[in-house]
Design a protein around this ligand. Structure first.
Ligand code: PAF
Length: 282
């Protein structure tokens, strides 16, 4: 497994890799959710490139950029074990050269509500870095977690709008046995907060159960989701929402593809989760 830091070295090495080629973009601090992206890519492709880059432009001024977990040696060992052919681990001057002013900014649905409102500039940072990685690596397929469902929809929008020749695959969320979705931010939780964090998946299961029982009134399902959070004193609900999985506009007619989404703060940590009401993402 090669570890490269510059775009020129990356391009030369990628040119020698057998196709089809999969890309797994990450910010490091790898967990089993990332490993599921690697498994999907190595199953579908003859070569896999993983990237590790903590992208400053997708963090807001009051967010966790400086304390975001950085575990490069352990990450490289995991990627080696997962049969990555190449790891691209650039430094910031390589990704944002001096004088950088060219952004990919997604100015409508699916980047209007929810995370877009709470984290101004976040999707501009994500869209820009993902477009750059896709241009630098030129993969046939790129893999993203369904855990960040709105990010996945934004990436699909960018690829369509900019005619980037790549297939985007969403990989199902990996969960702890008690339902908590794996996230690099889970390491911030104290033991009590970690116990409280099961409220997110509990609220999503409640939404699914009400839908499965025939409830089709969005407001009724949203009320049930909010009630789960009221019962958990350590969790401060940011939003509970039902949205179209492509546009992230509020769902009016519920169907199996409709996403139930939640975001909350537990202590200083902000967590998000989602599920399709019908159980599996489309
Ligand atoms: O999901 C992530 O880890 C990041 O947002 C991504 C897609 C690697 C872009 O920095």
């Amino acid at each position: 497994m090669q570890v490269l830091h510059s775009v020129n070295e990356l391009r030369a090495a990628v040119a020698r890799l057998p196709r089809p080629l999969g890309l797994v973009p990450t910010m490091g601090a790898l967990h089993a959710g990332h490993m599921a992206l690697m498994t999907a890519s190595t199953a579908d492709n003859r070569s896999t490139v993983a990237s590790i880059y903590v992208n400053p432009s997708q963090f807001g001024p009051r967010e966790d950029l400086s304390r975001y977990p950085r575990t490069l040696e352990a990450d490289l060992a995991k990627l080696e074990a997962a049969a990555a052919d190449l790891v691209f681990a650039p430094e910031t001057p390589e990704m944002y050269p001096p004088g950088f002013v060219s952004w990919v900014s997604v100015e409508g649905p699916p980047a209007e509500r929810l995370e877009a409102e709470r984290r101004p500039g976040h999707f501009r940072g994500v869209a820009t870095i993902v477009a750059k990685l896709l241009l630098q690596v030129g993969p046939d397929v790129a893999y993203f977690g369904q855990k960040d469902a709105q990010q996945l929809a934004v990436v699909r929008r960018v690829v369509t709008d900019l005619n980037i020749p790549v297939r985007i695959v969403g990989v199902p969320t990996v969960r702890e046995p008690d339902g908590l979705a794996l996230s690099s931010r889970n390491v911030y939780l104290s033991p009590a907060e970690r116990r409280a964090a099961t409220v997110l998946s509990r609220a999503l299961r409640t939404a699914q159960a009400r839908y499965a029982a025939g409830e089709r009134d969005p407001e009724a399902i949203l009320q049930s989701m909010a009630a789960e959070f009221r019962a958990e004193p350590l969790a401060d609900l940011d939003y509970a929402d039902l949205a179209d999985p492509d546009t992230f506009q509020p769902a009016v007619q519920l169907d199996d593809r409709t996403l139930a989404l939640v975001a909350c703060r537990i202590g200083a940590t902000r967590l998000i989760d989602n599920t399709a009401l019908g159980g599996t993402h489309s």
